[in-house]
Design a protein around this ligand. Sequence first.
Ligand code: SAH
Length: 354
Amino acid sequence: MADKTHIFNLIKKAYETQNLSLDECEEVLKSEEYDDELFTLANLARVKFSKKDVHLKALIEISNYCHNSCFYCGLRRENSCIKRYKLSKNQILSTTQNAINLGYKTVVLQSGESKIYSTDEMCEIISSIHKLGARITLSLGEKSFEEYKAYKNAGANRYLLRIETTDTNLYKKLHPHMSHKNRFLALENLQNLGYETGSGIIVGLPNQSEKMIAKDILFFKEKNFDMIGVGPLIPCENTPLEKFKSGDFKLSLKVMALIRLLMPQINIPATTAMETLRKNGRLKALQSGANVVMPAIAEYEYRKNYFIYPNKATKNEGLKEQICAISSQIYDAGFCVSKQNGDSVYFQNRQIYG
Ligand code: SAH
């Protein structure tokens, strides 16, 4: 008979050594016996390096135009049921200023992938935000090395680009006309340019196995990313996956917690998808290894059309009410809102020790 504590020993090993083999990761993901222990140790690992701090980052969804056709995403170009928008430079800057006034240290500019902003236009936006004193994270999809370089020179600090899955066959099925190779290359370019680089996956994609997810996790570790976002799939109307089932909340949480054990110093967001799928999902994520929350702060009239999936956990409330509600959720979870600039401990140490 297998040793009953085998899985617990693996979780402990992950906590103590920050290493597990592919098979071991898969075993932990498949077993359900020690989930609570996994979440508790992930929280301990997070507290060890990031203390009780939660970084709040202001997410501005600047445009929902997209030329891609990702099977799960409501922004896909074939979806004619959403109203497309593009925020002007002035709208972005005034939203940023409001965020700074409320204490946000970072703005995250996210959009569908398109050329709706020229490189020069985007650089102007970035350098104006830089002058306002906020740190800048971009999440604009795949761009050329030259574009990433121009954004960096204009003052961007960080970039988020989820690999979505490292399994090439699965990726191909869900991302017609896109190249998996190019996505890997984009991540490499971002890291080479010195961005604090984030990636991540969706949990619950069709035919995605625990083994594939274990490979994703070890890829993240091997590539030394600074931030990893994990969210369950939420089926979206008017997409090929609209009738598909949602990703499993518990499995998403376990993936996140295991990443925390193997990469204790990185930033991990409590994703909106977790909060959307499960009431208090954000709180549970914060107690299981996450240390970042990214509230969407563009005006509701636009934000509601950033329709990557339905019932997104976003309400029509003022920014002040929103930050108060989220801050009290954070304090209720036993944490505090960070006063630091939002860099991961891992990134800070790399700056000091190389
Ligand atoms: N164009 C940018 C931003 C995409 S939206 C880029 O390519 O990086 C941000 C993330 O939302 C995506 O990377 C994807 O992982 C996630 N997402 C999109 N649709 C989703 C859905 N239906 N369910 C769960 N996550 C989804």
